[in-house]
Design a protein around this ligand. Structure first.
Ligand SMILES: Cc1cc2nc3c(=O)[nH]c(=O)nc-3n(C[C@H](O)[C@H](O)[C@H](O)COP(=O)(O)OP(=O)(O)OC[C@H]3O[C@@H](n4cnc5c(N)ncnc54)[C@H](O)[C@@H]3O)c2cc1C
Length: 382
């Protein structure tokens, strides 16, 4: 038997209080809907995330994200096997931010709660079921809540997109190891570092935060060999840290793997659960925030009866993100198979620093890069 709308626990149940869930929660609550966020963890966990994101995401929020921003990046240093350096100066007009992830997630949630959103922590979602016209979500300890709609936002390990036929049927996983270090080592203020060459089929990064550095290793093709400790042993001294410094966390990251439907009947997948992360540079925060905002726009219309389904969400994400990721995937497949050639011809090109800055700032998509390369090849053949 389905229940009346008033007797439901919320209009929208959001599974997970990460960047994607928080963005959706804020915009839905701000539009006047009853929102309940269900989060498994307490708010003290250190999230394995570099925290790098284009400052342009600010345009999607009416409140400042600055309280979560710990560094503004003006310069990116690249290296190949710790040598052959390339420096990209980022123009001040298109900055790249480093946020402390826990703080960003908390900030989004606080802003959502100020608009009336509720959160239940310690609610590990164990089951999601259609119940007549509504949705019923059960926790691992047997609590149940009901809502008109569900936003799946519980990250890369979520089983729910597959259960409801959302997102790619075949998952592409990047393997990551991350370390949060105390102190800045040799990293210059306002500088981030990317290292290619040491990592087979991937790269390593070092992003500064207020009192430390987030260092990580990511592999984008195949599984990470057990070499991340060996890589960190070489990389950390180069960054001015002892080779065994920091606590290591490993995580699998779902990356974009094809245009697929992300909406069902009163249900949507956002962020990592929807496999939106960039398959070339592992940029997942911007698509998480973008998809949370886009999901809220379409859910708002649907809840108000202005549209009969949530199809517009999948279409919107394809146009705003998926089309660029299709090119990003092709570029990743070539670059990570032939990384030395990629570094010489891509990163070391005279125009590369400007293009890299444009990609990191979100000004340019992979489709634009691919078109430029194709045009250059055609001109060379004439
Ligand atoms: C090592 C590493 C470094 C990265 N660095 C960057 C970077 O520098 N820049 C960038 O743009 N992207 C980066 N990414 C990617 C980025 O972190 C993700 O794309 C982003 O976190 C996606 O946000 P999300 O909200 O979809 O998922 P998440 O941030 O994973 O949030 C999911 C939430 O759901 C909760 N949850 C999980 N299971 C349940 C459950 N059963 N019930 C209830 N709640 C649940 C989790 O506790 C979590 O709070 C990195 C990823 C990794 C692994």
């Amino acid at each position: 038997m389905s229940q009346s709308v008033a007797s439901l626990d919320a209009d929208v149940l959001i599974l997970g209080a990460g960047a994607a869930g928080g963005a959706a929660a804020f915009h839905l609550a701000a539009a006047g809907h009853r929102v309940l966020v269900l989060e498994r963890d307490g708010n003290e966990r250190i999230k394995p995330c570099g925290g790098g994101m284009a400052a342009s995401v600010q345009q999607w929020f009416p409140f400042p994200l600055a309280p979560a921003v710990e560094e503004v990046i003006r310069r990116v240093d690249f290296s190949w096997c710790l040598s052959d350096p390339v420096v990209a100066e980022l123009p001040g007009s298109a900055p790249f931010w480093i946020v402390r992830r826990e703080r960003l997630d908390q900030l989004l949630l606080e802003e959502a709660m100020a608009k009336g959103c509720r959160i239940e922590r310690g609610f590990g979602v164990d089951d999601v079921q259609r119940d007549g016209e509504h949705w019923c979500v059960r926790s691992t300890d047997g609590r149940t809540v009901r809502g008109r709609a569900v936003v799946i936002a519980n990250g890369s390990n979520s089983p729910w997109p597959a259960r409801f036929g959302l997102g790619p049927s075949s998952l592409h996983l990047a393997s990551t190891t991350s370390v949060r270090l105390q102190g800045r080592g040799s990293l210059q203020p306002g500088a981030a570092r990317f290292e290619f060459g040491l990592v087979h089929h991937g790269f390593a990064w070092a992003f500064p935060i207020a009192d430390g550095v987030n260092v990580g290793v990511g592999t984008f093709i195949g599984r990470q060999a057990d070499s991340s400790d060996t890589i960190l042993q070489q990389l950390l001294p180069d960054l001015g840290f002892p080779s065994d410094a920091g606590l290591r966390q490993t995580a699998s990251l779902r990356v974009w793997n094809g245009h697929e439907r992300l909406d069902g009947d009163g249900i949507l997948a956002v962020g990592d659960s929807a496999s939106l992360c960039d398959p070339f540079l592992a940029e997942g925060l911007r698509p998480a925030l973008m998809s949370g905002c886009e999901a809220a726009t379409h859910l708002n219309r649907w809840l108000r009866g202005e549209c009969s389904d949530l199809r517009g969400y999948s279409i919107g994400m394809r146009q705003r993100w998926g089309d660029s990721m299709a090119w990003g995937r092709r570029i990743a497949q070539v670059f990570y198979r032939f990384p030395k050639v990629g570094y010489q011809l891509g990163v070391k090109r005279p125009t590369a620093p400007q293009r890299i800055a444009q990609i990191l700032s979100g000004e340019m998509g992979y489709g634009d890069i691919a078109q430029r390369v194709i045009r250059r090849l055609l001109l060379q053949r004439r």
